[in-house]
Design a protein around this ligand. Structure first.
Ligand code: ZN
Ligand code: ZN
Length: 364
């Protein structure tokens, strides 16, 4: 029922695309990250929570219909519904059913509960399209609560030492994930403008991030001493950070599991926090769908598809798309090196990785 063409994932029977990278008539959007929700389509369908973010990013005039999870829309006999993907606020898997055939496009997803994104729900299907951003056995993410505890301990130590804690995460998704888990009693929390704008947009859907204040430029360095700052990757290495001197800088990413990733990012501390599945979550999710046919997109797609064929005896194929993983340049090469040491074949590097300095790109 679905096929991949030069504009995206296409359902001919309903004449709709899921997360198209080309400009199309009807687009169903899994979530509002910029590599999945692109400008230029005539009609969009997405979860209610994605709508304000899409208007903010793609323009106030886009035609977008919001629906809830498990709500069904029928187009030319194809039953279409959205189901929680657990990736970021509003993220959805798209289920399509036609004449007994069921496909699920999972977009980006994780099985960990971050208490903001509606938790992932497995959807039974015959055909499952999955990402593979962290589709190598080396990736085993710690529990969300453990990482939140590490971040709070680090912030408290910095504050006690008179240092500001600068925490780096993407403006949509990761920033809120970090904010939610922060102990608000440690120090005042400030957010970079890109994060503040995104928080305000999400607040239209009823979330509250008002405790993360925009930076008040009348505050002196002394006033800011020991505070906590949330900023996007684009802020690293810019003069904007100087006003927080002395500061310690930490980055939250699944890639931080790799030896050397923190050092090469030029930050003081790395926290293993991701909004994608690790290896075990991927395997669990695939099993729970019951799908016999799996299509593996962005990430370690050739390795993961081979694993699904050889070890799980599924019809698995890798598929080229223009989606991006959790991108921090170079880290894929590092993962390749580590896994070569561990006796695992090097990953397919054909998927372009965007630069960390591009705040609109990628999802963390
Ligand atoms: Zn993605
Ligand atoms: Zn994403």
């Amino acid at each position: 029922m679905l096929r991949f063409n030069d504009k995206g994932i296409y359902c001919e029977q309903a004449d709709v695309y899921i997360d198209p990278w080309g400009q199309v008539d009807r687009a169903i959007i899994t979530h509002a990250h910029s590599d999945h929700a692109r400008w230029g389509s005539r009609h969009y369908l997405a979860h209610h929570y994605s709508v304000p973010v899409m208007r903010w990013r793609l323009g106030p005039d886009i035609k977008v219909q919001g629906i809830g999870y498990n709500e069904e829309v029928t187009i030319n006999g194809v039953k279409i519904s959205l189901h929680p993907a657990g990736h970021i606020i509003g993220s959805a898997q798209v289920r399509l059913e036609y004449q007994g055939e069921v496909w699920v496009v999972s977009g980006d997803y994780k099985l960990q509960n971050d208490h903001l994104a509606t938790p992932f729900e497995p959807v039974r299907c015959q055909h499952f399209i999955t990402e593979s951003t962290f589709g190598l056995p080396v990736y085993r993410f710690p529990a969300v609560e453990v990482v939140q505890g590490e971040i709070n301990d680090w912030c408290a130590r910095n504050t006690a030492a008179g240092k500001t804690s600068v925490i780096i995460g993407y403006a949509l998704g990761k920033a809120q994930h970090i904010l939610y888990g922060l102990d608000k009693s440690i120090a005042p929390i400030y957010a970079h403008g890109a994060v503040v704008n995104m928080n305000r947009t999400l607040e239209q859907s009823g979330f509250d991030f008002s405790y993360a204040k925009p930076l008040d430029y009348s505050l002196s360095k002394k006033d800011l001493q020991g505070c906590i700052v949330i900023a996007p990757p684009s802020a690293v290495g810019t003069p904007w950070l100087r006003r927080f001197d002395p500061y310690s800088i930490g980055i939250c990413s699944g890639w931080m599991q790799l030896r050397g990733a923190r050092r090469r990012r030029g930050v003081d501390r790395g926290f293993v926090m991701s909004d994608h599945c690790d290896w075990q979550q991927l395997n669990t999710a695939v099993k729970l769908t019951g799908a016999e046919n799996v299509y593996v997109t962005h990430g370690y797609k050739s390795i993961y598809a081979k694993w699904l064929r050889d070890e799980m005896h599924l019809n698995a194929t890798e598929v080229d798309t223009l989606y991006e993983g959790e991108s921090i340049e170079g880290d894929k090469e590092e993962a390749a090196a580590e896994n070569t040491e561990a006796g695992i074949a090097p990953p397919d590097t054909s998927t372009a990785q965007s630069d960390i300095s591009s705040p609109e790109n990628g999802d963390a």
